[in-house]
Structure formats: structure tokens, C-alpha cells
Ligand binder design. Structure first.
Ligand code: 5RP
Length: 289
């Protein structure tokens, strides 16, 4: 029998204060379960926007310029990012487990730059759980005649697995060789990812991006693509945000910058403070002095 001596009677019922019904600010996520929402909130928590830092390039490109030593180049930047996108190999070997920046885990593999796109495989969701991932990222090659079906199936199955454990999935659109990188393509690609269950979609910015965002029921983040002059990369981020992006998942334009720490902080100001490109570039220059 439990010890009831000095048991404190229930009496603080807040009878005049109805329990609040809490809305959920992330696009398309209101009907998800608590674990999904909690993980999405880690990524988009502050204001529904996210500065994701991508450094998963090595899984197809090897030691790309700027990420030869992730311990030296990326780890010091993590405090400025809302989320880090990386592979499990880098996570286990280089990222300190004391890290609290949420992780978007690259969860497919298959090809390298030495060959064409090939039969991508999915990571076991249990490994994402072990690694405390906040999200799993899966490539989807729409428009690629051989691998479109395979990669959509991988996304679809990863969503099933993610649902089981409450882990969101990001669909990463890899533009098929025959496809133009235009709004028409990205509308289709983003929508196909979302309809197949992706909770976040990663695309590239393009003219007419506002229509890509409008017709996609979940948040879109953009990749930065090849290295641009810093002012141009900040403008790209600004335009994407202005057209409704939920953030960026940027790699080379940060870690290949002349000053990656200054650049990530300037990109962060565009994302979270709506800083205009000129002001953001001035910030980059000031921080670079
Ligand atoms: C490609 C990816 C990469 O992480 C991403 O595209 C790299 O970012 P950036 O283009 O900004 O260097 O998801 O599949």
C-alpha cells in the first residue's frame, strides 16, 4: 500500500482558466502525432523557418572543397545552424555527441560522381532512431526514366518507417537529366514528394518559385547549389524566403565562402530577420573584417 501520510489533496484546478488549444505553426503538420511535431519543431522551432546547413556532399562527391575536414570546417558552424544535414558516417565519426543541433540524416545511398545515378537504397529507420535524428532525407529523382520509380518507392517506404517512430522525412528533389530546372518541374517534384508523405521538401530556387510553394502542402527549403558570389547567394536566399520558402538547406555557398562563419550568420539574418540582400551582404563584410 502506498504511503498516504501527508498526502497533498488536489486543489489547484484553475477553474476559471480553460486549457488552451495550441495551434501548430508548421505548414501541413497540424494533424501529425506529437513526436513528429516535436522533431519538426526542433528544425523550424523559432519562427517556422530554418537555416539548415548541408554537409552531406561527401556521400556522392568525396572530400569536396570546404568539407575535407568536417571537424574543422563544419563543427564550429553548427552553433549558427538550426539543423545539420549529414550522413550517418560523418555523424558517428566526427560530430560530437554533445551536440544539440538537430540532425537531418541523409538516409539513402547508392551512387557516386564516378557513375550515373544507380539503385539507391534506404537506411534502416532503426539507425535513424539510434542516432536521434530529427529528420530523414531521401533523394527523389523525378524525370529520370530508370530511377524515378525506385526513388519514389524509397521515399514512400521511408515515410512508412518514419511514421512508426515519429521521424519526419524530407524529400530531396534531384533534377532528372532531361528536365528543365523551372517552376513547372519543381511544382511537380515538390508535390509528388509531399503527396507521397514527405513532411519537408528540398528543391532549388527558380523563377516562379511562389507557385512551387503555393502548390506544395508542406514546407519547402532550398539548396544553394554551386558556389556563387556571396552577395548573389544572399539574394537567392532572400528571394526564396520572399516567395514563401520555409528556409534553406545550404552547403557550398556557406562552407566554400571566403568566410563561412560570417556567411552562415548573414544567411541566418535573411532567414530569421528578413534582412534584405544588401544589408545581409554588409553584415557578411563587417563580420569578415
Ligand atoms: C543534394 C543535397 C545536398 O545536400 C545539397 O544539394 C547540397 O547543398 P548545396 O547545393 O547548397 O551545396 O541534398 O542531394
Amino acid at each position: 500500500m502506498a504511503d498516504m501520510d501527508n498526502f497533498k489533496e488536489a486543489e489547484t484546478f484553475g477553474l476559471n482558466t480553460p486549457q488552451k488549444t495550441i495551434g501548430f505553426p508548421i505548414k501541413g503538420a497540424s494533424n501529425l502525432d506529437w513526436g513528429m511535431k516535436n522533431r519538426l519543431s526542433r528544425i523550424f522551432g523559432k519562427d517556422g523557418k530554418s537555416l539548415m546547413l548541408a554537409c552531406d556532399h561527401g556521400f556522392i562527391m568525396g572530400p569536396t572543397g570546404g568539407i575535407e575536414r568536417i571537424d574543422l570546417s563544419i563543427v564550429p558552424l553548427m552553433k549558427y545552424a538550426d539543423c545539420l544535414m549529414c550522413t550517418r558516417g560523418v555523424l558517428r565519426s566526427v560530430i560530437p555527441p554533445t551536440n544539440t543541433t538537430p540532425i537531418c540524416l541523409r538516409s539513402d545511398a547508392g551512387s557516386s560522381v564516378l557513375t550515373e545515378l544507380n539503385d539507391n537504397v534506404m537506411m534502416a529507420v532503426e539507425d535513424a532512431v539510434r542516432l536521434n535524428a530529427s529528420c530523414m532525407a531521401m533523394m527523389v529523382a523525378l524525370g529520370d526514366e530508370r530511377y524515378e520509380g525506385k526513388t519514389v518507392a524509397n521515399l514512400f517506404r521511408t515515410v512508412d518507417a518514419g511514421q512508426k517512430y515519429g521521424i519526419p522525412v524530407m524529400g530531396v528533389t534531384a533534377v532528372g537529366k532531361q528536365m528543365a530546372r523551372d517552376a513547372r518541374y519543381f511544382r511537380l517534384a515538390a508535390r509528388v514528394c509531399a503527396e507521397n508523405g514527405a513532411n519537408i521538401v528540398k528543391t532549388y530556387y527558380t523563377e516562379g518559385f511562389d507557385t512551387v510553394v503555393a502548390s506544395c502542402p508542406v514546407p519547402i527549403v532550398i539548396a544553394g547549389g554551386k558556389k556563387l558570389p556571396e552577395r548573389d547567394a544572399l539574394e537567392l536566399a532572400y528571394r526564396a524566403m520572399n516567395d514563401g520558402a520555409a528556409g534553406v538547406d545550404m552547403g557550398r555557398n556557406v562552407f566554400q565562402s571566403t568566410n563561412p562563419a560570417a556567411m552562415i550568420r548573414a544567411v541566418g539574418a535573411v532567414i530569421h530577420k528578413n534582412l534584405k540582400p544588401d544589408a545581409a551582404y554588409e553584415m557578411f563584410q563587417d563580420l569578415s573584417k
